[in-house]
Write a protein that binds this ligand. Structure first.
Ligand code: NDP
Length: 487
């Protein structure tokens, strides 16, 4: 039997094909509640898109531990024994484009994970690169303005992209990555994911390690050339969404092996690089990768809006055994992500099914109350303050992670420089590890893009950054710009 079509208030809809008019063929009347309600709801179907990472795809899966040694380093329950499984939601995204922009563009990819652990949700809002353009969150809004649509032309402008870069030498490493072959993954399945920031792991004895997370794709790295990317984008802007959906529907479940780099707490002060600088990696020869477990995605969301568009990842969502480092970009994100979700989705976004913890109570086990779209009803006569004499949840007394030692006066200070820190050393290392064919493609892409810049000074400053990374690199970019300009 077909169900009755009903209005928002539950009344049967008599006619869903003809709106009410004053007389046959006359104007529409205001009393047509069904029409007004239907059009009004339609107008409100979209919520503000994410300012960054607007274009994305999501899937559910699980994480399974393979290494019995992890409790040495962290008391996180999800890693307590091999074979332990934790449900996960993952969202992959491009950064700069607005909704509807093609998936297959040259852009970093978001690689955001929500682990529904038995002690609450742990969110790791990472990227497909282990580094970032910046090391201070104060520069983030300016950086994004320079990469997104220009306020006058309403499109991405090489002038803005390169102007920002030319004034931000610390971005040389990430620009080298972005214009390298891995700048356009062939799909969400064929790229690595990185937690990028340095985090702290704390074990049961309260010993601390600094930790970096690497999710290595088991599908193999595959990338698109600029020509392939343009063809894919023209044929199907949602090509990577389709690829992920169809792979999972067809039982071809993508997986990633999680590896970590671990630094004993005491090493940080004397390490050759500042280990909390997001523009740098920890070279593998200093801190080798240690396998921890496997992430597999095996279930598509039932509804894109409910589960992917409303998914909210927050780097501040820690559980027992993991916490922040002094990485300034991470510290900035601890504020910015929750704030973005409160603006976009509202104060009760943590109650939405995709965001709510699964194994424990979340928002009902505290004294935060009310707000727009609060659906659940607290228990009868429950108090909304703590401490109280009437029962209700009480504090645990066990801090999730250890505090960070600090000294000195507060002030607008730059990041502490370690022995080998400069803005270019690792950009040069990346350039030199590329095979000659990849170097040639890197140079041609950068040259072609820089050649579109109109303002004198921007190109020269940019080339000087590449030259500081590697003299050959800079010299070849300079030639490539001239070639692309035909001068
Ligand atoms: P290693 O020689 O130990 O490792 C090189 C790393 O570079 C591998 O992780 C490899 O990934 C990755 N890589 C290879 N080609 C590219 C490319 N075109 N774009 C981006 N990454 C690529 O080197 P080090 O650890 O000493 O680091 C040297 C440089 O490698 C760094 O400056 C950094 O740019 C890059 N890198 C380093 C990582 C780290 O955490 N140490 C992680 C990723 C990159 P894979 O093994 O998956 O092929």
């Amino acid at each position: 039997m077909t169900d009755r079509l009903r209005t928002e208030s539950g009344a049967p809809v008599a006619d869903n094909q003809n709106s009410q008019t004053a007389g046959t063929g006359g104007p529409i009347v205001l009393q047509d509640q069904h029409l007004i309600e239907k059009l009004a709801r339609f107008n409100r179907e979209r919520i503000p898109e994410r300012v960054v990472h607007a274009v994305g795809s999501g899937a559910y899966g699980s994480f399974v531990v393979t290494n019995p040694d992890v409790p040495q380093w962290t008391r996180m329950k999800m890693f307590e024994r091999p074979g332990k499984e934790t449900e996960v939601f993952a969202r992959f995204s491009t950064v700069a484009g607005s909704k509807g922009a093609p998936d297959s563009v040259r852009d970093p990819r978001g690689f955001a994970l929500k682990f529904y652990t038995e002690e609450g949700n742990w969110d790791l809002a990472g990227n497909n690169t282990p580094i970032f353009f910046l090391r201070d969150p104060l520069k983030f809004p300016d950086f994004i303005h320079s990469q997104k649509y220009d306020p006058f032309t309403n499109q991405q402008e090489p002038d803005n992209v390169w102007d920002f870069f030319s004034h931000s030498p610390e971005a040389t490493h990430q620009f080298t990555w972005l214009f390298g072959d891995r700048g356009i993954p062939a799909s969400h399945r064929h790229m690595n994911g990185y937690g990028s920031h340095t985090f702290q792991w704390v074990n049961a004895e309260s010993e601390r390690h600094w930790v970096k997370f690497h999710f290595k794709t088991n599908q193999g790295i595959r990338c698109l050339s600029d020509e392939e990317s343009a063809r894919v984008a023209g044929a199907n802007p949602q090509a990577h969404q389709q690829d992920l959906l169809e792979a999972i529907e067809g039982g071809d479940f993508p997986s990633w092996t999680l590896k970590v780099q671990l630094m004993p707490e005491a090493d940080a002060a004397s390490y050759r690089f500042n280990p909390f600088d997001l523009t740098k990696v920890w070279p593998h020869e200093d801190y080798p990768l240690i396998e921890v477990g496997v992430l597999t995605l095996n279930r598509n969301p039932e509804n894109y809006f409910a589960e992917v568009e409303q998914a909210a990842f927050d780097p501040g969502h820690f559980v027992q055994g993991i916490g922040p480092s002094p990485d300034k970009m991470l510290q900035g994100r601890l504020f910015a992500y929750g704030d973005a979700h409160r603006y976009r989705l509202g104060i009760n976004h943590t109650r939405l099914p995709v965001n709510a913890p699964k194994a424990v109570e979340g928002g009902t086990a505290n004294y935060g109350r009310d707000g727009a779209m609060r659906f659940d009803t607290p228990p009868r006569q429950a108090k909304n303050y703590e401490p109280n004499s009437f029962g209700g949840p009480v504090e645990s007394g066990g801090a999730a992670y250890a505090g960070l030692p600090v000294s000195g006066a507060s002030g607008a200070t730059g990041t502490v420089q370690h022995e080998q820190d400069d803005d270019f050393v690792q950009a040069g290392a990346l350039y030199r590890l590329m095979a000659e064919e990849e170097r040639a493609r890197l140079i041609e892409r950068i040259g072609g893009s820089l050649a579109q810049v109109s303002r004198a000074g921007i190109v020269e400053r940019s080339i000087s950054h590449f030259r500081s990374a590697d003299a050959e690199y800079g010299a070849r970019v300079e030639v490539a710009v001239k070639d692309a300009r035909g001068s």
